[in-house]
Write a protein that binds this ligand. Structure first.
Ligand SMILES: Nc1ncnc2c1ncn2[C@@H]1O[C@H](COP(=O)(O)OP(=O)(O)OP(=O)(O)O)[C@@H](O)[C@H]1O
Length: 239
């Protein structure tokens, strides 16, 4: 399988502080990866570093074999890295439809296609960004990344802070995007078991390094790895 994204021995941080220490990972065409780990281990920093938003300290980021390590975040977005940040980054003073059409580029993911994926957004097409619920904002953030027709999607805790019913709706849409549409993705998630049902592979970080990597089914079956690295046990089944 050919790789969409290759992260090679990446070290990065903020100011002088090192947050990532030699992280390597690969995402193949059509593959979805769960990026897991306890709070503060470097999951967001990994996605931000792939986008070029942290201080680069070593290593490389390759997109379909092309070294993008020296590109600006904007150039990386145009090159095909779709970023859905934790804070969602939608325009609050534009309508839902304007938020989508102002960034759309030609390709598989059109306005109609994202409305098909998120019918709620079609219903709210005339509402302003600041009139949306948290779940709708998250859907809009994903829709905006999709209409850029990226080669890979980076989703940073897409279900954080949302009501359980919305979490299910969002996870259903993410499953369709990665499973049925074959979009490559890295998904940072707190609910390990829920996301492992959707993803193909998984990587666990601890203190800025990769401590486990393998297939999602293998991690689901590895009670020891789940307990050691994620604190997921019989007493606390996350998801
Ligand atoms: N803007 C920043 N400036 C300085 N240090 C930061 C910044 N953002 C994160 N850090 C530090 O980098 C380390 C990794 O943080 P990061 O947010 O990547 O972890 P995370 O695994 O995504 O955690 P969480 O699940 O809490 O979001 C932490 O020690 C954190 O305090």
């Amino acid at each position: 399988m050919s790789e969409v994204l290759t992260v090679e021995n990446l070290s990065a941080g903020y100011g002088r502080a090192i947050a990532l220490n030699g992280v390597s990972l690969k995402v193949a065409q059509g593959e979805a990866m769960a990026l897991l780990g306890r709070n503060g281990v470097g999951k967001t920093t990994t996605l931000n570093s792939v986008m070029g938003l942290t201080r680069h300290m070593g290593g490389r980021v390759l997109l379909e074999g092309r070294d993008v390590t020296r590109l600006t975040p904007e150039a990386r977005a145009w090159a095909g890295i779709g970023w859905v940040p934790q804070e969602r980054g939608i325009f609050r003073s534009l309508t839902v439809e304007e938020n989508i059409t102002c960034v759309a580029t030609p390709g598989r993911w059109t306005l109609d296609a994202v409305y098909g994926m998120f019918p709620r957004l079609r219903e709210r097409r005339g509402n302003f960004g600041n009139q949306l619920s948290g779940g709708e904002q998250q859907m809009l953030s994903i829709a905006r990344a999709l209409v850029l027709n990226p080669k890979i999607l980076l989703l940073d805790e897409p279900t954080e802070g949302l009501a359980p019913i919305i979490v299910e709706e969002l996870l259903g849409a993410i499953r369709r995007i990665v499973r049925d549409e074959g979009m490559a993705a890295i998904i940072v998630e707190q609910h390990a078991r829920k996301i492992l049902k959707i993803t193909d592979t998984a990587v666990i970080l601890d203190r800025g390094t990769v401590v486990w990597s393998g297939t999602s089914p293998a991690l689901m079956a590895d009670a020891e790895a789940l307990a050691t690295h994620l604190g997921v046990g019989h007493h606390r089944v996350a998801g």
